[in-house]
Design a protein. Structure first.
Length: 270
């Protein structure tokens, strides 16, 4: 859900006082217009942090480096390659480390986790643990701009996949609740997503995400009894997708199947 026309082209740009989005050239059914690489820098400062350098694509990394000035750290929202593949090469280029929750994606001595605070001059970026899309998913709260940078937890168009088995629906629902509370308590205005356009109404988007997940879960629960009992367990998620996601482009069924696996696991654990 986005207040931006879903048919309009998205190309990044500047947002708030701190942010610039540089769009990677990796558009696709899952990545939408491409990966959003975010540069956060205080006004009148050369120091910046770069969030999600994106794929290992030289032209994109060069564009980010040109715009970023002096990069003090690379931060990752999570380890999926469309966000992290270029991180180490970019960090080598600009002379800094890579901070991430998952140690396998860290480069240097510093990790990253819930509650950490990154300073940007007189501004700060606060790390919020938001597992669910993946187990290592993080979001970043930027109080001075009233914005939450969400990676793949909330997208600028459509909804995200819960990447089972690493991702988990229960954790994802808890993360949406946490972001909703953060937005409500601190009057967060915008969502800066990992793919797709900036969302101008954070609370409305999170309301939609929570309602959509509830609806899909109800649909999956209703579909399961309709599937023949002798259906092999490994074929059950696809059988559910064929019923519940019949109106969704088949190119997205693979991603939908991961979410359905997460939904079935969630229902079975209740």
């Amino acid at each position: 859900m986005s207040d931006t026309d879903p048919a309009a082209a998205w190309s990044g740009g500047r947002f708030g006082a701190l942010a610039e989005c540089v769009l990677a050239d990796n558009a696709g059914p899952i990545t939408l217009d491409g990966t959003n690489t975010w540069i956060l820098r205080a006004p009148d400062s050369e120091d910046s942090v770069v969030i999600d350098p994106g794929p290992l694509e030289t032209a994109h990394l060069e564009r980010v480096a040109e715009r970023a000035g002096h990069v003090t750290a690379v931060l990752l929202t999570h380890g999926h390659l469309d966000h992290s593949e270029g991180a180490r090469a970019f960090a080598d280029r600009v002379g800094c480390g890579v901070r991430a929750l998952d140690p396998t994606h860290q480069y240097g001595s510093e990790g990253l986790g819930d509650g950490d605070v990154i300073g940007l001059g007189d501004h700060e970026v606060r790390v919020v643990g938001t597992p669910g899309h993946t187990s290592d998913s993080l979001s970043f709260w930027v109080p001075s701009d009233g914005a939450i940078l969400t990676g793949d937890t909330v997208l600028g168009r459509g909804t995200t996949v819960v990447a089972h088995p690493d991702g988990a629906l229960g954790a994802y629902l808890d993360s949406l609740d946490r972001l909703h509370a953060l937005a409500a308590e601190h009057e967060a205005v915008e969502i800066w997503p990992g793919h797709g356009p900036v969302i101008a109404d954070a609370l409305a988007a999170l309301d939609y995400y929570l309602a959509h997940r509830k609806q899909r879960l109800e649909q999956v629960a209703a579909a399961l009894p309709q599937i023949p009992e002798d259906t092999p367990a490994e074929e059950l998620p696809r059988a559910v997708v064929e019923r519940v996601y019949a109106d969704v482009d088949r190119v997205l069924w693979g991603a939908a199947e991961m979410s359905v696996r997460a939904q079935i696991a969630y229902l079975q654990a209740r």
